[in-house]
Design a protein around this ligand. Sequence first.
Ligand code: ATP
Length: 445
Amino acid sequence: SRRTRNITHFMQERLSTRVLDILRDMGRVAESLGYGAYVVGGFVRDLFLYRPNEDIDIVIEGDGIAFAKAYALEFGTRIHTHKAFGTAVVIYPDGFKIDVATARLEYYRSPAALPDVEMSSIKLDLFRRDFTINTLAIQLIPDKFGRLLDFFSAQKDIKDKAIRVLHNLSFVEDPTRVFRALRFEQRFGFTIGKLTAALIDNAVKMDFFKRLSGRRVFTEIRLILEEDNPVPAIVRMGDFDLLKVIHPTIVINKALIALLEEVRGVIAWHDLLFVETPCMRWTVYLMGLIHANDMATCHEICRRLELATRYEALFCQERAAADHCLQQMEHRLPASAGALYHRLHPFRAELILYMMAATRVKAVKKAISKYYTELRKIEPLIGGNELIALGLTPGPLFRQILDAILDAKLNGALATREDEIQFARRWAADAAATASQNTDDKQMS
Ligand code: ATP
């Protein structure tokens, strides 16, 4: 039957030998302890969607911690355990990690939505998950290796491209699932099922989210903003009237969507050019989302989401400063590369990207891009030691000389260290001449 389909060859086709070997080894260790073992959830879902996923979640019918210890002993891995939850993380020498959880009937309180029916512990574990598409499990015990368990029509919903909850109280149990529904819907190009959409409408109408801490809401919003392309999920949040969990003033309209698309373009540009230094993309999107709000409202939003003070400074004061700078630049472009540099140097990368996205003046966007790609990293090649070696005495003069070198470099002069030393020598000599000129002038008068 469909419920006991064996997908071993399917796994062999799509998984690395390393992962396959690990899964087989885990099945063997579990069996030696008399336990059941399954790989479950997102990993199995993504196997069916042909999406690479190395986040392996194992569920043990038995004692997950005892299992992890036995596995670690045999295979020389480290483990972290959480006794209270019966969970463990297996950590390989190269940093690869696998999560292990325990499924035990007596471990769970009977879920609200479940009348007194008997369920195997793995089935109950899967029943408590968010969406049907996340309820697939693959047996790992040697005799049954590769058998697929599909208690809740996950294969059908994957085929139908549908996001569905398992029961009507799902969002009552955990309102954060609403955000997860939108995130998965857009990530996979699925559609939230009719009943599930009605349950979301109800959750919004009854404002289930007021029970959630700001931190939990923020965590979910951040996950949405960190998706490859968060814009459709944000629009969907607007459809469901969910942006009010950030603030009631935020509404989706053409202008906001255009701004978010600009943010996306700028981030793509950034990630392409600066692979090594990824930016905090979620912050740039959130700046876009709240850009029309005044300072007081921005503070209110940050407090509601329980953001750390450094983020509050970024979203409020620093963003306001960036908006102000942008206004000035749109009024008049900085006259030189040096002036451009000094204007933009105070702002961190995320604010620079926000400014590039927010401006509607092409020349300003171009100037900011020039700053970011060409000017930002420019600095003198020489320092105080070289000035001392020239026979100069450390003091305020040093700062002046180094600033003058920076300005010359920003304007395209002084290619080499030697050029800079020459420049410093001349600068110091001129300064000395001016100084003695001044003394002469004084003596003459
Ligand atoms: P992602 O790629 O975003 O990590 P994932 O499906 O692997 O997606 P995780 O957040 O890592 O999701 O969660 C792992 C599994 O735990 C999921 O497959 C899901 O079944 C379950 N899960 C996570 N959060 C919830 C929740 N709020 N309610 C019920 N089940 C959840």
